[in-house]
Design a protein around this ligand. Sequence first.
Ligand SMILES: Nc1ncnc2c1ncn2[C@@H]1O[C@H](COP(=O)(O)OP(=O)(O)OP(=O)(O)O)[C@@H](O)[C@H]1O
Ligand SMILES: [Mg+2]
Length: 154
Amino acid sequence: MDLFTSRSPADTESVGESLGRQVQRGTLIALTGDLGAGKTQLVKGIARGLGSRARVHSPTFAIVNLYEDGRLPLAHLDLYRLETPEQLRGAGIEEFLQPEGVAVIEWAERLFVPGADGGAALIPESRVPGNFVRIHIEVVDETTRRIRHEDPGS
Ligand SMILES: Nc1ncnc2c1ncn2[C@@H]1O[C@H](COP(=O)(O)OP(=O)(O)OP(=O)(O)O)[C@@H](O)[C@H]1O
Ligand SMILES: [Mg+2]
């Protein structure tokens, strides 16, 4: 586990950029953290680190944005609006959980936390396939973020 203290949006983007430079094909990156924590900011860095020149913005309305001009194709998902297991199942996101290139998921807690009815999570965390990286961003104050990076496979 790595811990990093970010003092600015640019700091957070650099963390993403070094991740994007190193990330291997088939990696699923699960991002968690409150509204405005900096998840999208981190994804901007990941895209840049992969060599994409695309302008990254949150796919809040599209569920997934694809950036395919980098070293590996990057799928950027945002599950914020998918609140129930039914909505998640209906969204057609399974293909991104074993990504061809790299998939990064904002609001990944939607996948791992059991449904409000106490039912099983859509995908139990222990069964997520392939390379899996988990990053939690905690808001400390207006410009400070604590970024926790876990790579359970390593
Ligand atoms: N150290 C920091 N790292 C990242 N963002 C920061 C930092 N300090 C301030 N910010 C600000 O916090 C906001 C982060 O927004 P961003 O869209 O990346 O968050 P998010 O986690 O994706 O939110 P959402 O859950 O709404 O998608 C931006 O307005 C950014 O300028
Ligand atoms: Mg976002």
